[in-house]
Design a protein around this ligand. Structure first.
Ligand SMILES: NC(=O)c1ccc[n+]([C@@H]2O[C@H](COP(=O)([O-])OP(=O)(O)OC[C@H]3O[C@@H](n4cnc5c(N)ncnc54)[C@H](OP(=O)(O)O)[C@@H]3O)[C@@H](O)[C@H]2O)c1
Length: 197
């Protein structure tokens, strides 16, 4: 695949490195390194948005992303209490979709720290990491599922883009538990056989 990445920071490096090792052609760009437009033009198959939430909507609004598969890993989380910055309004992924007419947005990769995405593969207690995806376009979801499997992870259907806000809120919850409380957030959910009572 040809993958473009907007951003040249931690997530761009972690995910881009894995996809290069999987044989994909990856071009990344930001204000200080590479070229944002070149990354978009190169990213014929998928464009990862690895930008800070406060910048991402303005950046995509400046670009022609019609028809592009946009992989949104942003977390609109900030402040000392790990607040959800979009609370009461549309999710970050929905704001991105509104700012990029014709783009096919898939929310993915936002729940784990960049160090997890560098693991080869991310397998814990014998279980490959599951990566929930939210999106409305089945072809775009197929592309992103492949990118998930290239990391050695398992894609998980988490619904349409109207549910992306739940993934973003989950990130705020997890970050608060991990960073704020030093808690093992994985312990909050029971095994599947106990999920229904
Ligand atoms: N780090 C994690 O563990 C992690 C995990 C899950 C999700 N996320 C999310 O992933 C996103 C990226 O996180 P990160 O840790 O990779 O951030 P980062 O290391 O701070 O990198 C951000 C990148 O965005 C670029 N950038 C900032 N403003 C820009 C603009 N206006 N135009 C073009 N490029 C711009 C920066 O480069 P220039 O300053 O040179 O432009 C930099 O390359 C965030 O939304 C974050 O919430 C992060």
């Amino acid at each position: 695949m040809h993958i473009g990445i907007l951003g040249t920071g931690a997530m761009a490096d972690a995910l881009g490195g894995q996809w290069r090792r999987a044989g994909h052609q990856v071009v990344a760009g930001s204000r200080s390194r590479g070229d944002v437009r070149a990354a978009v033009e190169h990213g014929a198959d998928a464009v990862l948005l690895a930008l800070p939430y406060p910048a991402v909507v303005d950046v995509v609004a400046e670009l022609d992303l019609n028809g592009r598969v946009l992989v949104d890993c942003t977390n609109p989380v900030g402040g000392p209490d790990f607040a959800l910055l979009t609370a009461g309004g549309p999710a970050a992924a929905e704001r991105i979709a509104a700012a990029a007419p014709g783009a096919r947005v898939v929310k993915a990769f936002n729940l784990c720290h960049e160090s997890v995405w560098r693991l080869t593969p991310p397998v814990f207690a014998g279980h490959p990491l599951a990566v929930p995806l939210c999106g409305d376009d089945e072809d775009a979801l197929t592309v992103v599922r492949r990118l998930v499997r290239d990391l050695g992870c398992e894609p998980l259907n988490a619904g349409g883009l109207d549910r992306a806000g739940l993934l973003e809120a989950t990130a705020a919850l997890l970050i608060g538990l991990w960073v704020g409380e030093g808690a093992d957030a994985q312990a909050i959910a029971p095994p599947l056989e106990f999920a229904g009572g």
